[in-house]
Each structure stands twice: as C-alpha cells, then as structure tokens.
Design a protein around this ligand. Structure first.
Ligand code: 3EB
Length: 297
C-alpha cells in the first residue's frame, strides 16, 4: 500500500564541487558530477518512482530498477584518447539495461571532462567522445534517446540514463534544426547521437534534450548572450508547444558572469511553479554560452 504513495529514489545525480567527497546512500545508485561552483551551488537531482527499487552492479555499470523503469550510469576514466573507451563503456551501459529487461533508453546525459580541450592527438575531447558514442549506437542499432552533452572541469566522462521496459517512446526532432545525428563533418568525424526530445505516450512526459542557440546546424548569436537565450527559448517552444509546460528545467551556463542575466531571463520565460536549476559549466561547442534541458508534462 505504502509503495503507491511514497516515492522511492531510482537514481540520484549529485552535482558537487570538484574534489568533494563521495557519500553513501544505501540502496540507490548515486552519480557524482563535478560541476558545482561557489556561484551555482551543488544540488541533488532525484529521480523517483512509485515502486520499490532494486540496485545492482553489472560490471562497471550501476543500475537502479523497479520493473518498468531503470536508471543506470557508467564512468569512463581520464584518458589521452576516449573513442574506444567511450564505445566500450557505452556498450556496457546499454547492454546492462538491455540484459535486465529495460532496453528502451529514452533519456541520457553525458558529462565530459575538459570537453573543449584537445586530446593527445589534437582532436577536441567532445569530438573524440562523439566518435565512440556513435560507434556504440551503430553496433546496437537502438533508437536514439533525448540527450545532454556538457562539460566539467575534471577529466573523465560520466554517462547516466533513464530507460524502461515498454516500447513506444516517440523521438522528436525540431524543424528549425538539422537532426544532431545528421550534423555535417565540420563538427567532427562522427555526429552527436541524440534526438531533440522523446515522448512517453503513456504518461505524456516529454524529455527535452539540451537545447541551444543553433539553427540548421550553425550556432547563431556568437558572443550575444541574450540572442542565444532567445533562440534557445524559441527552439524549446517548438519542441514543447508551450514553455509553461516545462515543469523541470536545468540551465547550463558557460560563464559565471552571465549567471545573473540568465537567471533573470529564465524567471521571465518559465512558469513560476517550475523547478529551474542552474549549472555553470563548459558546453560542447566552444561558442555556446547557454544550453537548457527539461521535462514537460
Ligand atoms: C546541439 O544542439 C547542442 O552531444 O549529447 C545538446 C544536447 C548538445 C546533447 C550531445 C549536444 C548533446 O548540438 C549541443
């Protein structure tokens, strides 16, 4: 009886200051993302469910699952070159949830350390990461989930996802943007593997990917924060139909100096009752100043 009313944590995403200590939470997968700063604070993002959660480790993958939904995560340690390790870790992550019976991955986050720096061979770490990720999705042939790809100051890559048992999620693209998986070669040897959003038909929830000031495949309003925020909001509006439908919003801001302006604009854009959190961190394209993700119901 109690299980129908008490939310059980399925997975906890702890946004921490780099170097802070890990903490134990019994019976829940906990992911530590070293993206908090003095200015943007740390916070916990807790994904909950109505059913009791079972936790297990499958190789290097930690999984929380409850019969219909799963939360899973893997960490790729710091390396000179990431593509092969990312491909293998992605395969391990996806195969773990497939093996436990939760093959329908509808949302994934990638926190990529030193994302805009070159790897040992001069390839930008984000592009190196995209290469390995694309090879993993090629191999499994799975539907691309909604995604986020952002930076962190700490080398190494953390990937966490939400998946479920039931098929039928709908991948959504934005008519103003080239699908990310069709971006041209100028952005790297392999395109980013994600859909702009996914909808779960049974619940009506829309999981909106990290969204930025990109039209077609080009970044617009370089060095113009307000311009990028405006185009990002327009892109989110196309995906959601109504910005007021976004109940959970996460805003990634490249520069701490832009945070007050971004906060002011977001307070104007989103519903007063929406939960809006801010993360100051690098973004996948060096010229992007802001990126916004969320969940709409
Ligand atoms: C973009 O639209 C902005 O590589 O997983 C947004 C969401 C972006 C996810 C990813 C990248 C990713 O291309 C960047």
């Amino acid at each position: 009886m109690v299980d129908t009313v008490v939310p059980h944590p399925l997975g906890i995403v702890r946004h921490v200051v780099p170097g802070s200590f890990d903490t134990a939470v019994a019976g829940v997968p906990v992911v530590h993302l070293p993206v908090a700063t003095e200015a943007s604070y740390g916070f916990d993002e807790v994904w909950t469910t109505g059913r009791p959660v079972q936790v297990e480790q499958v190789g290097d993958v930690i999984v929380g699952h409850e019969g219909e939904y799963a939360f899973a995560a893997v960490h790729v340690p710091a390396a000179d070159e990431y593509a092969v390790a990312v491909r293998d870790s992605y395969l391990e992550l996806l195969n773990a949830v497939i093996g436990l019976g939760y093959p329908e991955v509808f949302r994934i986050w990638n926190t990529v350390g030193r994302i805009n720096e070159p790897n040992e061979n001069g390839l930008e770490i984000y592009r190196d990461f995209c290469l390995g990720r694309a090879e993993a999705f090629d191999k499994l042939g799975t539907t691309l989930p909604a995604g986020t790809g952002v930076g962190s100051p700490v080398a190494g890559i953390t990937v966490h996802l939400l998946s479920r048992r039931t098929r039928g999620q709908v991948a959504i693209e934005n008519r103003r943007q080239v699908p990310a998986y069709e971006y041209p070669r100028q952005y790297g040897p392999r395109s980013p593997s994600f859909a702009r959003a996914t909808r779960l038909p049974e619940t009506g929830q829309l999981f909106v990917s990290g969204t930025a000031g990109i039209l077609g495949h080009a970044t617009v309003h370089r060095d113009d924060l307000l311009g990028q925020i405006r185009v990002t909001a327009e892109n989110l509006e196309v995906l959601t139909g109504d910005l007021q439908a976004l109940t959970y919003v996460k805003v990634y801001v490249r520069s701490e100096h832009d945070l007050p302006t971004v906060r002011r604009e977001c307070q104007r854009l989103f519903a007063p009752e929406a939960s809006v959190v801010y993360v100051v961190t690098d973004l996948c394209r060096a010229e992007l100043l802001v990126e916004i993700e969320g969940v709409a119901v």
